[in-house]
Design a protein around this ligand. Structure first.
Ligand code: K7E
Ligand code: CUA
Ligand code: CA
Length: 645
């Protein structure tokens, strides 16, 4: 530890650019190794130590993260926001956070969970209050066309309340949220990449959702003390309507999810084939499974009426349990065995393999998708024949990314490393060629990495430029801020043979997963269209107070530096719906609307309309003011709400 302390002041004192590009990196690595109680000359430290010099030789290089003022990033990153229940938009390689898109949890900046429009997306109880105010997002994925991101949508899960949210990537907003029925612990999520049957549908139309926890079906208070009857399900949501399409009853549970490029297969890793209730039960078997779903057959079964429903849900549930799927010719599912509590499953960009990370086993398992289809076609006797490699890569493998050049990058949670390994070499090694060297490089990361993703990693356009790693622990990497540490997202240059650590970024917990894509994939609009909003007040002249008994509608508009009404009067006890349209059409001219003592605050972007409904229960004068700096007369931009006693 003393060694680490000596290194620190030096690295703080020098410029960050020099710090990353000089021997300070090697010095830090030594400190880290000491901190990890690993000898400084452990293979990993040796691999990552001397790489500072080659950094500049790569196209990325360490300097690439330092954009000059005004320079734009070349990639977008969409990060799941963890317990904040939002989605974060980053620019890469700089790592600058550009936006947070609220989804599942209220957000006071934009008024998410306060405006009527956002409440309608989030879901309300009978009394109009929000159904849920907490969430836990883990996994985020984008819509596909021809095997690459198409920039239409992204989806993100909420593990706590089993909800899926959709992000519109034209405006970078959440527009729909669906709660999955009869499941708990919704964790893995992945869009399909084309239709399994119709070749014309070469884009995402379904999103698959895996549920981690088994529960009584229906979960209505019966069978609570009979854990052997608990079951989990795999769900399919329609990408456009966001309605449930179908569910599959399974044995075991679902963890992460992957989809094939031909649309025929989806899969989920299972860490609990034991159906255990306590953790020691869940790790009692030596092998768990990667559970494959034959999408075309499942949808045929639904069409043929071979399903049941659970509880009050109308969603068709087909039977994907082992017992019901023994005959490959009719099977809807296939359980490929994978060693001990696997975690991530990822589809390689060459479209051939799913790679399962072993977690409690130090291995990666490579499953060849063509062989899984052979099994379904009755051409291969044992489905485990689809396993073409099972190789040791290090301790605690969790997730895998790809560079499009045949290499996989897997996080090793326990080793605090990323291991770069070659998939075809691993297959050769597994087939008996003990000279095949599949491990290409190892890099220490800081510390305990979970998710990992590379630029366009899980697409046919994987470009092998940058790799981001979500480290669960930051320990000594940042100034201390009390007991609650940030996490450490690290950016790595993978354009050369050796991985080069480029930057640390502290992040608020706990993002888990993310995707990174070229900036030309999306073309965001920066001014709304008035017609997007049914309630739009399209002309300042339409402003006014409109009474219908105790229900009062207040319509107003904003145009810097004034609201269209200088004052408006309602009566105590009125139910007031206030509709505000921002008629400023200049990019970046956002106003806000805050009402003292009424718990109202939201922002209103160019040509956007938002509404709020509240009971005017406090008489008096309330200066509703513009809360977003918009103009030299921003402070003067207000209106008086008068509530008559
Ligand atoms: Cu994707 Cu963190 Cu939910 Cu692995 S999980 S790390
Ligand atoms: Cu309008 Cu500040
Ligand atoms: Ca297990």
């Amino acid at each position: 530890m003393s060694e680490k302390r000596e290194v620190k002041p030096e690295t703080v004192g020098i410029g960050r650019r020099r710090f990353i590009n000089t021997a300070a990196l090697a010095g830090l690595t030594v400190g880290v190794a000491a901190c990890n109680d690993k000898p400084a000359n452990a293979p990993a430290a040796a691999a990552s130590g001397p790489v500072a010099a080659p950094a500049a030789a790569h196209s990325g290089g360490a300097n690439a993260t330092h954009l000059k003022p005004g320079e734009l990033d070349t990639y977008y990153g969409l990060w799941s926001g963890g317990h904040n229940g939002d989605v974060r938009v980053l620019g890469l390689p700089s790592g600058r956070e550009l936006l947070r898109i609220p989804c599942f949890v209220p957000d006071a900046l934009v008024g998410w969970g306060i405006t009527n429009e956002s409440k309608a997306v989030m879901g309300t109880k009978a009394d109009g209050s929000l159904r849920y105010t907490v969430a836990d997002t883990h996994h985020l994925h984008g819509s596909y066309k021809d095997g690459n991101y198409d920039g239409r949508y992204a989806w993100v899960n909420d593990k706590i309340n089993s909800r899926i949210a959709r992000i519109r990537l034209d405006y970078f907003i959440c527009d729909k949220i669906t709660e999955l029925p009869n499941v708990q612990g919704f964790h893995g999520i992945f869009p399909d990449k084309r239709d399994p049957v119709d070749p014309a549908i070469n884009y995402t139309t379904r999103v698959f959702c895996g549920a981690e926890f088994a529960i009584p079906l229906p979960n209505d208070g019966k069978d609570v003390n009979a854990p052997e009857k608990y079951r989990s399900m795999f769900s399919c949501v329609d990408a456009e309507t966001m309605e449930m399409r179908w569910q599959v009853l399974i044995d075991g549970n679902c963890d992460l999810t992957a989809t094939s490029y031909d649309g025929k297969l989806a899969a989920t890793n299972q860490y609990n084939v034991e159906n255990g209730v306590h953790y020691e039960d869940m790790m009692s078997a030596e092998r768990d499974a990667c559970l494959f779903f034959n999408i075309a057959r499942i949808e045929e079964a639904v069409k043929a009426g071979k399903f049941k429903t659970v509880g009050s849900s109308k969603v068709p549930v087909v039977d994907g349990t082992r017992e019901a799927n023994k005959d490959p010719k009719t099977a809807l599912t296939a359980y490929v065995s994978v060693p001990k509590n696997p975690h991530g499953v990822n589809a390689s960009p060459d479209q051939k393999y799913f790679i399962c990370a072993g977690k409690l086993s130090p291995t990666a398992t490579v499953i060849e998708l063509a062989k899984v289809l052979d099994w379904f076609d009755g051409k291969m006797e044992k489905v485990d024949g689809a396993i073409v490699a099972e190789v040791e890569i290090g301790l605690g493998p969790l997730h895998t990314a790809f560079d499009g050049r045949g290499n996989a990058y897997t996080t090793l949670f326990l080793d605090s490393q990323v291991v770069k390994w070659n998939v075809e070499a691993a297959i050769k090694f597994h087939a008996g060629d003990k000279n095949a060297k599949y491990v290409v490089d190892r890099l220490d990361v800081h510390y305990q990495p979970g998710h990992i993703n590379a630029t366009h990693s899980e697409t046919v356009a994987a470009d092998g430029k940058y790799l981001a790693v979500g480290c669960k622990f930051s320990k000594d990497r940042f100034l201390p801020v009390g007991p609650f540490h940030p996490e450490n997202e690290q950016l790595i240059d993978i354009s050369g043979d050796k991985m080069v650590l480029m930057a640390d970024h502290p992040v608020r917990g706990e993002p888990h997963d993310f995707i990174i894509f070229k900036r030309d994939i999306v073309k965001p609009k920066q001014v709304y269209d008035l017609n997007e909003f049914p309630l739009a007040v399209k002309d300042a002249k339409e402003s006014g107070v409109f009474r219908n008994g105790k229900k009062v509608t207040v319509k107003l508009t904003s145009q810097a530096p004034a609201f269209s009404l200088r004052e408006f009067t309602v009566k105590k006890g009125d139910e007031v719906t206030l509709i505000l349209t921002n008629l400023d059409k200049i990019e970046d001219l956002t106003h806000g609307f805050a009402v003292p003592k009424y718990n109202i605050q939201f922002v209103i972007n160019p040509l956007e309309t938002k509404s709020v409904t509240f009971i005017a229960d406090k008489p008096g004068v309330f200066w509703a003011y513009c809360s977003t700096f918009c103009h030299a007369l921003h402070l003067e931009m207000r209106t008086r709400m008068i509530v008559e006693a």
